[in-house]
Design a protein around this ligand. Structure first.
Ligand code: 4AD
Ligand code: MG
Length: 479
C-alpha cells in the first residue's frame, strides 16, 4: 500500500479504506485503553490523529511512540469522533523507524523561544512555525519563477565566484586555494594572486547584476535568482552574510518602468502567498497575536498579518525623490524631538529608522524613493542631468525598511568609465562590462529583491535568521 501525504489524507472522505501515513510524532495523549497520536509529515501545518488501541498494539510498542519519534502507521481512515479534525486513522500497525529518547529530545511539546530554536536549527523544521515558514519560502521561490516565465523573462544563472565587486562596497569573502601560512609572494611582499587557482583575486559574488546586464543586452529581459554573499559586519535582524536575491534586468526600461515592475512583482508575490499559503499564514497570524500580547500597547502592530498583506496588495506605493523624503524627515516631529539615532540631512544615506518613519508613520504604506545622491550609490547608476543625483530607486516596506534596491543603468560609455575612474574602481577588471556600452548599448534598468526580506514581510517574523533554513551571520556558520 502506498503512503499518502497527510495534506491529501485530510482532504480524503473517510470510507474506511486502509491507508498508510509516515511522519513524526508531535504529541501523544494516553488513556487507559487508547492512545491518541498526532503525526505530522511536513506536507501541511495540520496533523493527522492516529488512534491506537493499547491492547491491540501492546504497551511496550507504544512506549517508543513519543514526541519526535518517526513512525509508519497503517490503519483505517475513519470519520473522527473528536473535534479539530474530520478524519483519523484507526491504527492496526505501527512501525517505529526512529525513536526519540524523551529524556533527551530537545523539542518537547511546549513553547520554545525562537532564539532557542536557532541553536537547534537542525531540528527546528519540525516545529509548526518553521514548517510554515519553509513551506511559504518554497511557494515564494516558485512564484518568482512563475511570474517571470509568464512575462517572457529568461532565467540566467550568473556566477557565484567572481573577480569583481558589483556594489563597490568592498564587503566580500575571498575565494582562494592558496596556503594562508605560506602564500606565494611578489617581490614587494604582497601576495601573488597570479598563482592562485583562477590566476587572479576572486571572491563570492555580492550581486549577479553585472552579468545580468550582459544577458539583458542580448535577451532583453532576464533575471537571476541566486545566493549572494556580503562580509558586512552588521549583526542586525535584517542582515545575513549569505542571502538570496532576485535580480531582473530589462533592456529598454527606464526608471519609471522599473518602478512599475517592482511594484507589480511584489504585489503578485504577496497575493500568491495569500492564494496558496492560507493555512500557514493563518497559523503565523495567530502566533503573532499571542506574541503581541506580551508587548507594550504602542509596540503592537495595528494590523493582523493577513490584513497587512492584503493592504499591501491593494495600496498604491507612494513614489517620491530622496530629496523630498529628506525634507519630510527634517521637518518631522521625530527629528525635532531628537528621536532619531542618526542625523538626517541631504547627502547622507538614510538609516533604517528613517525609512521606517516614512513608511510606518508618515505615508503608512510602501514607499519608493528615487534619485539618490550619486555619492552614496553604486557606480553603475544612470546619472541625472543635475550632476548630483542618480536614477536609483529603493522600495521601502513596513516593518522591513529596504526590500528592493535598483536603478536605471548608465548606458553612456564615457559617463560610465569616467565614474568608474572617479570612484577609484579598477577599470581593467570591468573591461567586459564597459564593452557593452561600446557595442550596441541600450537604455536598461533592473533591481534586486532580497528574498529573505520578502519572506520576513510575508511571514510577519521579525528576525531574518528565522526565515532561511541555516543562517550565516558574523561568528555563526553552524549546521
Ligand atoms: O540594494 P542592494 O545592495 O542592491 C544590489 O545588490 C543591486 N545589485 C541590485 C540590482 O539592482 N540588481 O541589495 C538588494 C536587496 C536589498 O534591497 C535588500 O532587500 C537585500 O538585497 N539585501 C540583503 N538582505 C539580507 N542581508 C543582507 N546583508 C542584504 N543586503 C542587501
Ligand atoms: Mg540597497
Amino acid at each position: 500500500m502506498s503512503k499518502v501525504k497527510i495534506k491529501e489524507l485530510l482532504q480524503t472522505p473517510a470510507t474506511g479504506q486502509e491507508v498508510n501515513v509516515k511522519g513524526w510524532v508531535r504529541t501523544k495523549r494516553e488513556g487507559k485503553n487508547v492512545a491518541f497520536i498526532a503525526i505530522n509529515d511536513g506536507s501541511t501545518i495540520h496533523n493527522i490523529q492516529a488512534v491506537a488501541d493499547v491492547q491491540l498494539l501492546g504497551e511496550d510498542a507504544l512506549k517508543l511512540v513519543t514526541t519526535g519519534a518517526c513512525l509508519s502507521v497503517t490503519g483505517q481512515l475513519v470519520a473522527s469522533q473528536g473535534a479539530g479534525q474530520s478524519v483519523e486513522v484507526m491504527a492496526q500497525r505501527i512501525d517505529v523507524y526512529g525513536a526519540a529518547d524523551p529524556e533527551k529530545y530537545p523539542l518537547q511539546p511546549k513553547k520554545h523561544s525562537l532564539e532557542f530554536l536557532r541553536e537547534i536549527a537542525h531540528l527546528r523544521p519540525r516545529t509548526n512555525t518553521f514548517g510554515a515558514v519553509f513551506r511559504i519560502r518554497h511557494a515564494m521561490a516558485f512564484a518568482v519563477h512563475q511570474y517571470f516565465n509568464d512575462r517572457g523573462f529568461f532565467c540566467l544563472h550568473t556566477p557565484i565566484i567572481t573577480g569583481s565587486d558589483a556594489e563597490g562596497a568592498g564587503e566580500m569573502f575571498r575565494v582562494t586555494t592558496l596556503d594562508p601560512l605560506r602564500p606565494p609572494r611578489n617581490e614587494d611582499g604582497t601576495v601573488d594572486y597570479r598563482r592562485d587557482f583562477f590566476g587572479k583575486e576572486t571572491n563570492l559574488t555580492v550581486s549577479g547584476q553585472l552579468e545580468g546586464e550582459l544577458g539583458a543586452l542580448a535577451l532583453s529581459q532576464v533575471y537571476t535568482f541566486g545566493p549572494t554573499f556580503r562580509a558586512e559586519n552588521s549583526n542586525t535582524p535584517r542582515h545575513l552574510a549569505e542571502f538570496w536575491m532576485i535580480e531582473p534586468e530589462m533592456a529598454f526600461y527606464d526608471l519609471q518602468d522599473n518602478m512599475d515592475l517592482a511594484e507589480n512583482f511584489l504585489k503578485y508575490l504577496v497575493q500568491y502567498a495569500l492564494d496558496h499559503c492560507l493555512d500557514d499564514l493563518t497559523f503565523l497570524e495567530n502566533r503573532l497575536i499571542e506574541e503581541e500580547k506580551t508587548r507594550k500597547k504602542e509596540e503592537q502592530s495595528p494590523m493582523g498579518l493577513l490584513e497587512k498583506l492584503r493592504f499591501v496588495v491593494e495600496s498604491q506605493f507612494e513614489r517620491l525623490t530622496y530629496t523630498e523624503a529628506v525634507a519630510i524627515l527634517i521637518k518631522s516631529k521625530a527629528n525635532q524631538k531628537g528621536q532619531f539615532h542618526f542625523p538626517v540631512g541631504w547627502g547622507t544615506d538614510l538609516q533604517s529608522e528613517h525609512e521606517r518613519y516614512l513608511v510606518e508613520k508618515h505615508f503608512k504604506k510602501p514607499v519608493i524613493l528615487t534619485n539618490y545622491p550619486k555619492a552614496i550609490k553604486a557606480f553603475y547608476m544612470k546619472q541625472d542631468e543635475d550632476g548630483k543625483t542618480v536614477r536609483a530607486m529603493d522600495v521601502l516596506f513596513p516593518g522591513i525598511g529596504e526590500i528592493i534596491g535598483g536603478s536605471q543603468r548608465e548606458e553612456n560609455y564615457d559617463k560610465l568609465s569616467a565614474r568608474v575612474r572617479e570612484m577609484g574602481i579598477h577599470e581593467e577588471s570591468l573591461w567586459w562590462y564597459l564593452e557593452t556600452r561600446k557595442y550596441g548599448t541600450a537604455p536598461h534598468s533592473g533591481f534586486g529583491l532580497g528574498f529573505e526580506r520578502l519572506i520576513l514581510f510575508v511571514t510577519g517574523l521579525s528576525n531574518i535568521r528565522d526565515v532561511i533554513p541555516f543562517p550565516r551571520t558574523p561568528q555563526n556558520a553552524e549546521f
